[in-house]
Design a protein. Structure first.
Length: 154
């Protein structure tokens, strides 16, 4: 996935098992953030940053959707624990993560493994990717501020 590409219509299933489709967000901008794992320190910090600034993001016209390979049950526990106001897609087969380009080789404790590459996509009202925050750019504790700063400059 690169800037100018359109997201697929079917994004996957959320923590409740409901299908999430791009058309559900027609007329809204969308933040799709891919993260490695529920209830880990960096992923919790990122989710809480987005939660803390959720109203500002909504006022800027954005909906938020998270995605990881964790199960729907894991996502529901994560949402409940941190009172997250946005859905999380359970991409257990990594098909959407692969389509997005957010699945690949990474270094874990000196070993090369396949996993989720923390990446955020800002998508316009027609479903087209306008900005990609790469793993090296994302600062989990202040990620929502990074997005808001980018939006303010745009």
């Amino acid at each position: 996935m690169k800037i100018g590409d359109k997201l697929p219509e079917v994004l996957g299933h959320n923590e409740k098992g409901e299908e999430i489709r791009l058309s559900q967000f027609a007329g809204k901008k969308l933040i799709v953030y891919a993260y490695p794992k529920d209830n880990t320190s960096g992923c919790s910090a990122e989710a809480c940053s987005l939660k803390q600034h959720y109203q500002e993001l909504q006022e800027a016209g954005y909906a938020v959707v998270g995605i990881s390979k964790d199960s729907a049950a894991s996502h529901q526990k994560f949402i409940d624990k941190y009172e997250l106001p946005f859905p999380l897609i359970a991409d257990t087969d990594t098909s959407l993560l692969q389509t997005l380009g957010a699945w690949g080789e990474k270094n874990m404790y000196g070993k090369k493994v396949m996993g989720t590459l923390r990446t955020t996509y800002l998508v316009n009202e027609t479903g087209v990717v306008e900005k990609i925050f790469t793993p090296k750019e994302i600062k989990t504790k202040i990620h929502a501020e990074q997005i808001l700063d980018y939006i303010a400059k745009d």
